[in-house]
Design a protein around this ligand. Structure first.
Ligand SMILES: Nc1ncnc2c1ncn2[C@@H]1O[C@H](COP(=O)(O)OP(=O)(O)OP(=O)(O)O)[C@@H](O)[C@H]1O
Ligand SMILES: [Mg+2]
Length: 231
């Protein structure tokens, strides 16, 4: 049985695709059986990045050697539309070859098949940022999953691209509302606007960015990945 997880938001450009790649690649490299479904049609940016990375592997002996030293096949990346995922959720969950399927969704929750996918997801992680427009979309996203999700699924949020001077009291109010009104799990590890995050998002090589590795630890602590820990 595989778990279905999505880094999801109604807001574009908040880090859905980036964190999908970072998490999937990191977990794949720590022994989990992970796949990505790139359901952001027609961009399919993960599929394109994967193609590009394989070309780089072929054209650089150093990169090829570094990759081969890991002794791991590249994690599986497949593409489709949200409506394809909706048809396949039963099969995906019954997949005994995977522990975890990551589904990269588009930056809109108004799309064919999304309600069925929302109902099937086991974990949803919503990146948010400290600006009013993103906030508003984040709360719409909470409401969407509370309406269409299932009672067993875990919905969490984290602060991405936080700056030092960001208004903490605004953040505290938002955290309280998220937890009390929507029952959202707050992922306490915040991420800054970090070049290391940008540079290390890959479908082949796991990130070594310290803040990201702490973030994965926090996800495990709050139970998003706990059942998958192999020991
Ligand atoms: N913490 C971070 N630090 C630095 N750059 C970041 C961070 N989070 C995201 N980014 C950058 O923000 C940009 C948008 O991220 P990404 O494409 O992952 O967002 P998205 O939510 O998938 O967008 P879309 O809705 O278009 O699919 C990317 O260039 C990514 O590298
Ligand atoms: Mg994206």
């Amino acid at each position: 049985m595989a778990k279905l997880i999505s880094i999801s938001s109604q807001k574009g450009g908040v880090g859905k695709t980036t964190f999908t790649m970072l998490l999937a690649t990191y977990l794949h490299n720590t022994g989990f059986r992970v796949g990505i479904i790139d359901a952001d049609y027609p961009q399919h940016s993960i599929v394109k990045i994967r193609k590009q990375e394989l070309l780089q592997l072929e054209s650089s002996e150093d990169i090829k050697q570094a990759f081969e030293e890991k002794g791991l096949a590249p994690l599986e990346v497949v593409s489709g539309k949200v409506s394809d995922v909706a048809r396949l959720v039963g099969k995906l969950r019954a997949d005994t070859q995977k522990d975890l399927w990551f589904i990269d969704l588009p930056g809109t929750l108004n799309i064919e098949g999304i309600v069925e996918v929302a109902a099937a997801l086991d974990s949803i992680i919503i990146p948010t940022e400290m600006d009013k427009k993103t906030f508003t979309s984040t709360f719409e996203t909470f409401a969407f999953y509370r309406k269409n999700g299932n009672p067993n699924q875990q919905v969490g949020m984290f602060w991405n691209r936080m700056k030092h001077r960001e208004n903490r009291s605004t953040k505290d109010v938002a955290n309280k509302m998220a937890q009390e009104k929507y029952g959202i799990t707050l992922i306490k590890q915040e991420l800054g606007d970090l070049v290391g995050i940008k540079r290390s998002s890959s479908t082949l090589f796991p990130s070594e960015e310290a803040a990201f590795i702490e973030f994965v630890g926090e996800l495990q602590r709050v139970g998003f990945l706990a059942e998958l820990v192999h020991g």
